[in-house]
Design a protein around this ligand. Structure first.
Ligand SMILES: NC(=O)c1ccc[n+]([C@@H]2O[C@H](COP(=O)([O-])OP(=O)(O)OC[C@H]3O[C@@H](n4cnc5c(N)ncnc54)[C@H](O)[C@@H]3O)[C@@H](O)[C@H]2O)c1
Length: 279
């Protein structure tokens, strides 16, 4: 696929990986619709792009609004070539501290947000006979460690949704890619902490303390779309972890236990008033 002149919607485009995807697509000649619940953030990203790009406020938990953005692109241009279901949040901390409202919010954004994008875009792509759906999951969709349990649950669901959809979509002309990065340098690393959790420490520890670059991931993603790949895992060390998790799931889970226990101990040391305990 060449991106010149392609019409693309990106959700969560106002920050981090979504903003990097907007930049990469714009540079490649695509017509970008950068959407985000934070309209000002989407506008700020678009102000750095070519005049082809435009911004729109979009809350991915609102199915009708997602359909509206897709319908608008189709009404203007006759088609939708690409949708990047990328918006996401994280909660990090002991699972017993999460409220039901927090559980529902992460399911609504990380999973239902993707469902809404697929439900709005996929029928149109089938009608037009082509298109590409790109869902941002995570390494947390391929491996499982505690303290990000709600995040892991939603990202595993996005991986399953994407791989299943791909098996019926590709033979009908629609590509599906699921993107599974380990830690990427974006503001999410400092968001969503519950108790004494520190996302940056937690997520970077398995990557030698260094997060992957968001613009590099965006370029990797466009290459994976061009090659119609099923799944993109970055960086390389994460590919080894994924391989190991499939080879020895029991051992991987014991390693996750040690990792999470170590994290919790450090959190209590740092934040003695944290609700976490070492028991
Ligand atoms: N950064 C990482 O380490 C990492 C690793 C793996 C996967 N991811 C995934 O990448 C995606 C993008 O995350 P990021 O790292 O760029 O984070 P980010 O916080 O920088 O960006 C997320 C964007 O989503 C938007 N958003 C939140 N709720 C929304 C909603 N209801 N509707 C529309 N937009 C909403 C936010 O306003 C924000 O602009 C997420 O799905 C995340 O889970 C991130």
């Amino acid at each position: 696929m060449r991106f010149t002149g392609k019409h693309a919607i990106i959700t969560g485009g106002g920050s981090g990986i979504g903003a990097a995807l907007c930049r990469a697509l714009d540079r490649a000649g695509a017509q970008v619709v950068c959407t985000d619940i934070d309209e000002a953030a989407a506008g700020a990203v678009v102000s750095t792009l070519s005049p082809r790009a435009r911004a729109a406020r979009l809350d991915v938990t609102d199915a009708a609004a997602v359909q509206g953005v897709v319908d608008d692109v189709v009404a203007r241009t006759g088609r939708l070539d690409l949708i990047f279901n990328n918006a996401g949040i994280v909660w990090g901390g002991d699972t017993e501290l999460l409220t039901l409202d927090q559980w529902n919010a992460i399911i609504d954004i990380n999973l239902r947000g993707v469902v809404h994008g697929v439900a709005a875009a996929y029928p149109q792509m089938l009608r037009q006979g082509h298109g590409h759906i790109v869902n941002t999951a995570s390494m947390a969709g391929l491996t499982a460690a505690g303290q990000v349990t709600s995040y892991v649950a939603t990202k595993h669901a996005v991986v399953g949704l994407s791989m299943a959809l791909r098996s019926e979509a590709v033979p009908r002309g629609v590509g599906v890619l699921v993107v599974c990065p380990a830690a990427v340098e974006t503001p999410i690393l400092d968001k969503g902490a519950v108790g004494g959790f520190v996302g940056r420490d937690y997520f970077l520890q398995t990557q030698g303390g260094r997060a992957y670059d968001a613009d590099r991931l965006a370029r990797d993603t466009l290459r994976a779309v061009e090659r119609n790949k099923a799944i993109l895992v970055k960086p390389t060390v994460a590919q080894a972890q994924w391989w190991f998790a499939r080879l020895a799931p029991g051992l991987m889970n014991r390693m996750a236990m040690r990792f999470v226990t170590g994290q919790r101990t450090r959190q209590v040391d740092r934040y003695p008033s944290s609700a976490a305990d070492t028991g």
